[in-house]
Design a protein around this ligand. Structure first.
Ligand SMILES: [Zn+2]
Length: 102
């Protein structure tokens, strides 16, 4: 008994076109990581359990260990008891004259 399959309309050159990959990461807007907050991130939070220390940095390159925060949440950041915090932002507490998107 012959049970060969017939493949309908198979075209070997159907997917021979160039594959275009769009890189949009560079200018992608990063948002505050706090739940319920969708404000643009302006700072990065880094913490290290080993030394119980928290750093606030200007928003730099996105890293898996960094937590993006908006300026409001960065300013309000509370360091856990027994931890020390270090605000290393260059623009800490400076008024930002940026247009506010409503
Ligand atoms: Zn926020």
């Amino acid at each position: 008994m012959d049970t060969r399959w017939s493949l309908p309309g198979r075209s070997p050159s159907a997917s021979a076109g160039p594959v275009s990959v769009t890189v949009t990461d560079m200018s992608r807007q990063r948002l505050c990581a706090r739940p319920g907050c969708g404000a643009p991130a302006t700072a990065s939070l880094v913490f290290q359990y080993a030394v119980r220390k928290v750093w606030l940095d200007d928003l730099g390159e996105a890293q898996p260990y960094k937590i993006d925060l908006c300026s409001r949440h960065a300013d309000r950041l509370c360091v856990p008891r027994g931890w020390t915090g270090d605000d290393r932002r260059a623009v800490a507490a400076a008024p930002v004259a940026a247009p506010v998107a409503s």
